[in-house]
Design a protein. Structure first.
Length: 402
C-alpha cells in the first residue's frame, strides 16, 4: 500500500511586505483538482514550513472526506493584536488576489474571521473569500452568493459560518464516544481552547448532552467541581476573543496547564499546534483525544498513546468540519437549510471516524496511519466538480494517487 509521502507544495508563494517587512506565504499543496481550499492565519513566528505542512494536512482532509479538491494554506508572520492587522492582510491578499479569484477557496483560521476576510476581499473587488468555488462548481455568481449567505444564518449561539468547524470537531468526539460505547450523558470532555473552534465544539457537545468538565483558554483553566457540566452557554455569552469570563460557580479557576491534569473520557486540543507531546502524554488520564487544532500532536506521542490503548483522532479528521460543510452547502441540487448542512457534517465525520477506527483496530496501526492509508486509496477526479455526488462522465477517468 502506497501512503502519502511528505513533499514540498506544488506552489509556494512568499510575500515580503513593502511597508513593514513582514513575510507571508500561500502554499498550494497539489494541483490535482480544479480548486484548493484552506484557511488564512495571522500568527507571530509563522514560517513557510508550517504553512506548507498545514496545506498538506488540508489535502488529506479533502481526500478522506471524499471532496474533489486539494489542500492549501496561507498566512502572515504578524502580531494579531496589532492595529495594523487589517491593512497588513489587505496588502497580502492583494498580492495573492489572482489565486483567490480562480483557484484558492480561502477560509478563516488562527486569528482571522470570515466576516473580516470577506470585508477585505470586497475591497479588492472579489465577491467572497470562496469565490473560486463558483467557477469550479459550475454555478453562476448570483446562485453562488445565495448559498454563501446561508453561512450567515443563525446556528445556535452564532452563525453557521462560525459554528461549522467546532461542530465538526464535536461530531468527531461523538464518533469516538460511540466507538467506546459511552453514552453521551455519561461521558466527560475537556477542551483546550475557547475561540471559534473550541467554543463551537463546547457548545455542540453541550447541546448533545455531553458533560464538559474543563475548559482552558490561553490565560487559565476552568475545572468543574463534583464533575458537573460547566455552563457553556453562559461562558460563551460573556467570553471575549476566546477568553472566558470569571463568572462560573460550577468550577475552580486554575492556571492554563491544569487542563492536562483533568481526568475525563475525551480531551480536545482546539487551539494551537504541538500540545500533545511525548513529554506530557503521561499526564493525560483519558480514553480518547480528538485533535481539532491543526498539528496538535507529534507522531511519537500518537504512537505512545496507541500503545497505551488511548484513541487519538488526528486533525485531518477532527478539524475537517469547515471543509465538509462546504460539501453540505454546495453539493446539493437545491440550497440546503442550516440544519441540513450540519446534519451532513455530523453524518460524514462520524462515518469517517468509525471507518478509520475500524481500520486502525484491524491493522493494529495508529488512527493516523489508518487514515493515511484510506487517503492513499482515494481516486483523483481532476475534471469533476469539487462538491456533491460524482457525476458520471465517460470522458472523465479516475486516477489513483501513487
Amino acid at each position: 500500500m502506497t501512503e502519502f509521502v511528505k513533499k514540498d507544495p506544488e506552489i509556494l508563494i512568499e510575500y515580503t511586505d513593502p511597508f513593514e517587512g513582514f513575510k507571508g506565504w500561500l502554499a498550494i499543496d497539489s494541483l490535482s483538482h480544479k480548486i484548493c481550499a484552506g484557511g488564512l492565519r495571522v500568527q507571530q513566528g509563522l514560517t513557510a514550513q508550517v504553512v506548507s505542512d498545514l496545506a498538506s494536512t488540508m489535502t488529506l482532509k479533502m481526500r478522506i472526506a471524499g471532496i474533489r479538491a486539494d489542500g492549501a494554506k496561507s498566512g502572515i508572520d504578524y502580531d494579531p493584536n496589532s492595529p495594523g492587522k487589517e491593512e497588513a492582510l489587505y496588502r497580502f491578499l492583494k498580492a495573492i488576489r489572482p489565486f483567490v479569484l480562480e483557484r484558492y477557496s480561502m477560509g478563516p483560521d488562527l486569528n482571522t474571521k470570515m466576516k473580516e476576510l470577506d470585508g477585505i476581499t470586497k475591497r479588492l473587488g472579489i465577491s467572497s473569500i470562496k469565490n473560486a468555488i463558483a467557477k469550479a462548481q459550475g454555478i453562476g455568481l448570483p446562485s453562488f452568493l445565495n448559498r454563501y449567505k446561508i453561512l450567515e444564518q443563525s446556528a445556535g449561539y452564532t452563525t453557521l459560518g462560525n459554528l461549522r468547524s467546532g461542530f465538526g470537531t464535536a461530531s468527531a468526539c461523538l464518533g469516538v464516544l460511540e466507538f467506546l460505547q459511552l453514552p453521551h450523558d455519561k461521558a466527560t470532555v475537556s477542551i483546550q481552547g475557547f475561540g471559534g473552534l473550541g467554543g463551537g465544539a463546547a457548545y455542540s457537545l453541550y447541546k448533545a448532552g455531553v458533560k464538559i468538565v474543563a475548559i482552558a483558554d490561553k490565560e487559565k483553566s476552568l475545572i468543574s467541581t463534583n464533575n458537573e457540566c460547566l455552563d457553556v452557554p453562559a461562558l460563551l455569552e460573556k467570553s471575549v476573543n476566546g477568553i472566558m469570563p470569571y463568572i462560573s460557580d460550577k468550577g475552580d479557576y486554575k492556571d492554563s496547564e491544569a487542563i492536562y491534569d483533568t481526568k475525563c473520557d475525551v480531551f480536545i486540543p482546539a487551539a494551537i499546534e504541538n500540545v500533545i507531546r511525548e513529554d506530557n502524554v503521561g499526564d493525560l488520564d483519558v480514553k480518547g483525544i480528538v485533535c481539532g487544532a491543526n498539528l496538535a500532536s507529534s507522531l511519537t506521542a500518537e504512537k505512545m498513546l496507541h500503545d497505551k490503548g488511548v484513541i487519538l483522532i488526528p486533525d485531518l479528521m477532527a478539524g475537517s468540519g469547515g471543509s465538509v460543510s462546504m460539501d453540505g452547502l454546495f453539493g446539493p441540487v437545491y440550497p440546503p437549510s442550516v440544519q441540513e448542512v450540519l446534519q451532513h457534517v455530523d453524518r460524514k465525520i462520524r462515518k469517517m471516524v468509525t471507518d478509520v477506527l475500524l481500520r486502525s483496530k484491524r491493522d493494529n496501526v495508529t488512527p493516523r496511519t489508518a487514515a493515511m492509508k484510506i487517503c492513499s486509496e482515494a481516486p483523483i477526479y481532476s475534471k469533476a466538480k469539487p462538491y456533491g455526488i460524482l457525476e458520471k462522465d465517460p470522458m472523465q477517468t479516475a486516477q489513483r494517487k501513487e
